[in-house]
Design a protein around this ligand. Structure first.
Ligand code: CP
Ligand code: NVA
Length: 314
């Protein structure tokens, strides 16, 4: 099989996403029915997970998911490996990828994961970088398809033409939403405070029609099928915490913003969340919020992704 990495959302085609959503639904169904699905059992496959930043969902979803597929995991952090003692990323990639079948990395600069992938013998998956978080958007779109399926039954039809409101920081999540919108044919209404805008060049999109910018977050939510946000301060930017708290004060998704969206609009948040900052407790714990299914779906879509990268279409 040709070596395939998942470093950004646009590394896969719309057709491949169509397959992955259908496959993730099948894998989730098996999990719920407590039926075995172990394509990685014989021969046993191993995933190395490298974390240079903290994680709850990404760690648990990849680790539990890999065991469920019949495989094994190795967990590495900066602090407990030679990565933290300046071993070149290229050398680490060459060594680690001789011993395992897949690598998942959560790190800082996107260039770091790209350098790793360039020297890896096995598929590399982005578990979050400063620039992108593709596994999260994969889960978010799968969740949207689950809640609002198309009459045709085709997952991509459920996504095409939708309006997603992004309220908050022009961060790794926002960049990934833009890539998904360009690839799968929907629109993102983006509202960020001044100075925290999305940068289309950094997001790696060429079609500016896939997003619209709004000064007022409530206007961004108007008519949206999905309203979504994220922390004001991402990992790695903690020194800016106080400045950001002031700048983002008006970018809290509250019931007023949800009322501006479509009556059947969903609310999503990649989590962890800060109630009273980027989202009110009423919204995240309210009837339109699907954040717990969204979090669980990380595991199901990543199982489909790992299976696909390693074994192709089954
Ligand atoms: N959403 C997400 O990636 O969560 P963790 O930081 O807990 O992995
Ligand atoms: N934007 C957040 C997402 C956390 C899952 C961060 O990078 O910290």
């Amino acid at each position: 099989m040709q070596l395939k990495h998942y470093l950004q959302f646009k590394d896969l085609s719309a057709d491949e996403y169509g397959y992955l959503f259908t496959r993730a639904a099948f894998i989730k169904h098996k999990f719920k029915a407590v039926e075995k699905h172990q394509p990685f059992a014989d021969p046993d496959r191993t995933l190395a997970m490298i974390f240079e930043k903290a994680s709850t969902r990404t760690r648990v979803s990849f680790e539990a998911g890999m065991y469920q597929l019949g495989g094994s995991v190795v967990h590495l952090t900066t602090g407990d490996s030679q990565l933290g003692r300046a071993e070149p990323i290229e050398d680490s990639a060459k060594v680690i990828s001789r011993m395992v079948d897949l690598v998942m990395i959560r790190t800082f600069e996107q260039s770091k994961i790209e350098r790793f992938a360039a020297h890896s013998r096995v598929p590399v998956i982005n578990g979050l970088t400063n620039e992108f978080h593709p596994c999260q958007i994969l889960a978010d779109l799968f969740t949207l398809v689950e809640y609002r399926p198309a009459a045709s039954g085709q997952p991509l039809d459920a996504i095409r033409g939708k309006v997603v409101a992004w309220v908050g920081d022009g961060n790794n999540m926002a960049n990934t939403w833009l890539q998904a919108a360009e690839l799968l044919g929907f629109t993102v209404h983006v509202s960020t405070p001044g100075g925290y805008e999305v940068d289309p060049a950094l997001a790696g999109i060429s079609d500016r029609a896939c997003f619209k910018v709004f000064k007022d977050p409530r206007e961004a939510c108007a008519g949206a099928d999905l309203v979504t946000t994220d922390v004001w301060t991402s990992m790695g930017y903690e020194a800016e915490n106080e400045v950001r708290r002031e700048a983002f004060a008006r970018w809290c998704v509250d019931e007023d913003m949800m009322r501006a969206a479509r009556p059947d609009a969903l609310f999503m948040h990649c989590l962890p969340a800060h109630r009273g900052e980027e989202v009110s407790a009423e919204v995240i714990d309210g009837p339109q919020s699907v954040v717990w299914d969204e979090a669980e779906n990380r595991m199901h879509v990543q199982k489909a992704l790992m299976e696909y990268l390693l074994l192709g279409r089954l």
